[in-house]
Design a protein around this ligand. Structure first.
Ligand SMILES: Cc1ncc(COP(=O)(O)O)c(C=O)c1O
Length: 373
């Protein structure tokens, strides 16, 4: 008997990846960072590979090593590499690593010598996001260092890559600008004798809307989990995560009753209140106070008043709701339950954050589907 759980349909992840794969002739990398956007690092990776992904992407070296320890031997790229990490462990484990400075190239070369094998490196160009990556002025310096380390046998430049700022806003002028900057950066790389097997810049949004950005590899995250990066479009994807809990307690209260901390919600009439044992300690955003939708029985209620650490209260009116009934916060939406998109809209955030919040929480995560067996 469960009290609250996150269910992840791994077949949905597999099928979404297959759907994305059918839209491109490039190879597909699925981003499984941040615990697979809350869906589970290793199970999501296996489902992605079952759907035809040939690469996995993570932010940290630790995430990459966790995949390797779990026996996942597919190509993995880790892209958030700060100086001073034990990079030889990544090199030894056959993890591809991103570099954006000549200093990191030097560290990778040293790590390769320690590991006894060349480091596979993806050089990152900042084409306009102004986050990671070398800016155009520094790009030749990075390329020179990489070409030298490659000639010395310490590194192999497997990729040149970048990341979009506004691909989720199709038609945004920055997409073309970044794409042109990427082409220009690739041309400069060629001048240094660097012609990598993998050129990549597309995220889910660009994969879905801009085939001219696909190059040799697309890096999809949110779409693999069945959520659209572009508001109002579904692209035939199936959301993989459901978050739900059993009602802990119901009570009948009169009109005028204040509810939850601060008594910010006051019952407008005699009504039934139901307590749901999930709170901000589990991933429910506190911003969902008075707004988060929850489905129970045949009705969708809003959270009544503040989200607490471990619980929320909903006002279900005269619905026949009892302790033990299942309350669904969000799911695929196919049975009338709210979706992660509904939660994002209710709390002023993006669907990415809603599912990711339920990742490393105390709520047990259970897996469904053939891939799970
Ligand atoms: C570098 C990089 N590539 C690809 C992705 C996947 O993005 P999305 O989930 O929008 O497809 C991310 C996620 O933020 C990322 O950081």
């Amino acid at each position: 008997m469960w009290q609250a759980e996150v269910r992840v349909d791994l077949d949905a992840i597999r099928d979404n990846v297959a759907t994305l794969r059918a839209r491109t002739s490039a190879e597909v990398l699925v981003a499984v960072k941040a615990d697979g956007y809350g869906h589970g690092l290793v199970p999501s990776a296996r489902a992605a590979l079952a759907g035809g992904a040939t690469w996995l992407g993570v932010a940290t070296l630790d995430e990459a090593l966790t995949l390797r320890r779990a026996g996942v031997d597919a190509p993995v790229l880790a892209w958030l590499i700060t100086p001073g990490l034990p990079l030889h462990e990544g090199v030894r484990a056959g993890v591809d690593l991103s570099a954006a400075t000549p200093e990191l190239v030097d560290e990778l070369a040293a790590a390769a010598r320690l590991a006894g094998r060349p480091a596979r490196v993806h050089l990152k160009l900042d084409t306009g996001l102004s986050r990671g990556g070398a800016v155009a002025d520094d790009w030749p310096i990075l390329l020179e260092a990489a070409a030298k380390a490659q000639a010395g046998g310490d590194i192999e430049v497997a990729g040149v890559w970048s990341h979009f700022a506004c691909a989720d806003d199709p038609g945004h002028e920055s997409v073309d600008r970044q794409l042109a900057a990427f082409h220009a950066g690739l041309a400069v790389a060629t001048g240094f004798g660097i012609t990598p097997r993998y050129r990549h810049i597309a995220n889910s949004a660009a994969t879905l809307t801009r085939p001219d950005t696909h190059f040799d590899l697309v890096r999809v995250g949110i779409a693999a989990y069945g959520l659209s990066p572009i508001a109002g479009e579904r692209y035939g994807l199936r959301p993989a995560m459901t978050a739900r809990a059993r009602i802990m307690l119901t009570k009948r209260v009169p009109a005028g009753q204040g509810v939850s901390y601060g008594l910010t919600y006051v019952t407008p009439r005699e009504t039934t209140l139901a307590v749901v044992p999930l709170g901000y300690g589990d991933g429910v955003p506190r911003h969902a106070s008075s707004t988060g939708p929850i489905r129970v029985g045949g009705t969708t209620a809003r959270i009544a008043g503040r989200v607490c650490m471990d619980q929320v209260v909903i006002d279900v009116g005269n619905e026949p709701v009892s302790a033990g009934d299942v309350a669904i916060l969000f799911g695929p939406g196919s049975s009338g339950e709210p979706t992660a998109d509904d939660w994002a809209a209710a709390t002023g955030t993006i669907n990415y954050e809603i599912v990711t919040r339920f990742g490393s929480s105390r709520v047990p995560r259970h897996y469904d589907g053939e891939v799970a067996r």
